[in-house]
Design a protein around this ligand. Structure first.
Ligand SMILES: [Zn+2]
Length: 111
C-alpha cells in the first residue's frame, strides 16, 4: 500500500494539493495550499468532510480538475469548497470517468 500526492486545479488556475490513498484508490478530503503543507501533514488522514462554513451559506462548490501521481498517473474531475479546503466530489476517481496519465498542468516537480 502506498500513498501519493494529488493536486486539484480550480477554474481560475489556482492549485491545491491532497493525499491520495493508493490502497483504496481514494482521495483524502483535505486540501493543502502548498506541497510543503501536504508533506507536513502526510498520513494525517483527514477522512471526513469538514466544511466549516456548511449551513451558513458561505460554502461554495466549484468544479475542479484532479490528478494523482499513482501508478503512471491518473486524472479526473471533481468539485471542492475552496474556502474550507475540502474536496466534495471526486473522492473515488473510478466513479468519475478517470483517465490514465498526467495532464499538462501537473504541478509536481515544477517548483
Ligand atoms: Zn465549505
Amino acid at each position: 500500500m502506498s500513498n501519493t500526492g494529488g493536486a486539484v486545479r480550480f477554474g481560475d488556475g489556482a492549485i491545491m494539493y491532497f493525499e491520495y490513498q493508493g490502497s483504496s484508490d481514494t482521495a483524502e478530503y483535505h486540501l493543502y495550499p502548498t506541497v510543503d503543507e501536504l508533506h507536513a501533514n502526510w498520513r494525517h488522514h483527514v477522512w471526513t468532510p469538514n466544511c466549516k462554513y456548511a449551513g451558513n451559506g458561505a460554502c461554495a462548490e466549484e468544479p475542479i480538475e484532479m490528478l494523482a501521481l499513482y501508478g503512471g498517473g491518473t486524472h479526473w474531475k471533481g468539485s471542492a469548497c475552496r474556502k474550507c479546503r475540502q474536496l466534495i466530489e471526486g473522492i473515488v476517481p473510478a466513479d468519475c470517468d478517470e483517465q490514465d496519465g498526467l495532464p499538462d498542468w501537473n504541478p509536481f516537480g515544477k517548483d
